[in-house]
Design a protein. Structure first.
Length: 428
């Protein structure tokens, strides 16, 4: 049987786009032998024609007219690697509506407008695939969408941002200050010059919205996700967490709550050192799935980088091209908007770090505040003496609203010098 030729239009040709072009060139013959699909690179939209490109990128393919790539009648599949919500959203919608499958690594776009784009793709009968949008080279979305489609998933959580995981690893293993660890991450290319999206948790929140939408078949957008970053975590917090048997990680967590509720959140978390996620170091990512029938699963690997991300894009490209040849597509079904449970209703354990004044009865008074709000103390440790006294608490499972009320009372109490850090603790 003669191979089927698929012409690929590319929107964006940065690190990932250049790596994809290289993979198409180096792996083309093997892909054709295995799948019967022959990929040809078509037009490539870029912002500037003068920028240096990877050696595999032929300058004759480049154009600054992105819409011409989408409208090119010879383009069979569009790969979107521009990033951002616009103009990427308009271009992706137009490509899908015209009957062209789209592969994207654009988490921001999917978190903001994924449900609408899925509807356009389904109506047109073509694929919108996005394996690379969540965890770089880790093959996770396809197993979640297909292999686990019949599973009752109670919780999905993971380390989905390599920048913050690298920073926290350096702070944990080397005792580095946050600013120094961030500077090192930037020097290595793990963090952008403006790292806000990473360190404040927004990147992870976009990924949490995508994961939750697929895992629970409900529409979750980034504004549904409670977000806290890592900028307030100190080496002292990490040191104390280590002594208590925990590792601090920035986790994205999406979980079922009650009959039909879904909770989605991103925040620094004390992870028990015995949990598999605690061992995920440096810029690696991992996603942990808890299912009723399948039990616990973990997906682990490189979460970023040109090669790993391009590999995930290529896998989707092969999938979409095969479906195009068979006149079928993978439908992404997200029903009504999710019933999002406010963070105040959630229950978990907490770690608190307080400065107390050196007064008789101060500790008893503080413990009484916890009790008055119905928050039970599981463990307590004093660090230092006299004016330098600092007290660490880990609570039993408590309602977030009650914990927040406790914090308000503590901040106003005369025996409390300062409430330094509050972190959630991962429980069962």
């Amino acid at each position: 049987m003669a191979p089927t030729t698929i012409r690929v239009g590319l929107l964006g040709c940065g690190v990932v786009g250049g790596s994809l072009v290289g993979l198409l060139a180096s792996r083309g013959e093997d892909i054709e032998a295995r799948t019967g699909l022959r990929f040809e690179l078509g037009p490539v939209a870029v912002r500037s024609l003068d920028k240096a490109r990877a050696a595999d990128v032929d300058p004759s393919h480049l154009t600054t007219d992105a819409i011409s790539v989408v409208e090119d009648p010879d383009v069979d599949v569009v790969v979107e690697l521009m990033g951002g919500v616009e103009p990427a959203g308009t271009l992706v919608a137009k490509a899908l509506a015209s009957g062209k499958p789209v592969i994207t690594a654009n988490k921001a776009l999917l978190a903001a407008a994924g449900a609408d784009l899925f509807t356009i793709a389904d109506t047109a009968g073509v694929d919108l695939l996005f394996e690379a949008a969540v965890a770089g080279g880790i093959p996770f979305i396809r197993p979640l969408r297909e292999s686990l489609a019949g599973e009752h998933i109670s919780r999905v959580m993971g380390i989905v941002n390599g920048t913050t995981n690298y920073i926290l690893t350096k702070m944990t293993e080397d005792g580095a200050e946050y600013a120094d660890a961030l500077a090192e991450a930037q020097a290595l290319g793990y963090a952008e010059a403006d790292p806000t999206a990473d360190v404040e948790g927004h990147d992870a929140a976009a990924k949490a919205a995508i994961i939750g939408s697929i895992a629970y078949g409900s529409r979750i957008v980034i504004d549904d996700v409670h977000v806290e970053g890592i900028t307030t975590v100190t080496p002292s917090d990490i040191e104390q967490a280590t002594k208590l048997g925990y590792v601090v990680k920035l986790l994205a967590i999406v979980e079922s709550f009650g009959v039909d509720g879904i909770a989605a959140r991103v925040h620094p978390t004390l992870v028990p050192e015995t949990h598999p996620l605690a061992a995920v170091r440096d810029s690696f990512n991992a996603i942990f799935v808890e299912g009723a029938a399948v039990g616990d699963l973990m997906f682990y690997g490189r979460g970023a980088g040109g090669g790993p991300t391009a590999s995930a894009v290529l896998g989707d490209l092969i999938d979409a091209a095969g479906n195009l040849r068979k006149h079928t597509h993978a439908s992404i079904y997200t029903a009504e908007p999710a019933h999002i449970v406010p963070i105040e209703q959630l229950r978990c354990e907490y770690y608190l770090n307080l400065d107390l004044h050196d007064r008789p009865g101060a500790l008893a008074a503080v413990a009484g505040i916890f009790g008055q709000r119905g928050v039970s103390i599981r463990a307590m440790e004093q660090v230092g003496m006299g004016a330098e006294a600092r007290v660490l608490f880990i609570t039993h499972t408590a309602r977030e609203a009650d914990l927040r009320a406790t914090l308000d009372d503590l901040r106003e109490h005369e025996d409390v010098g300062n409430v330094n850090t509050v972190l959630r603790v991962l429980g069962a």
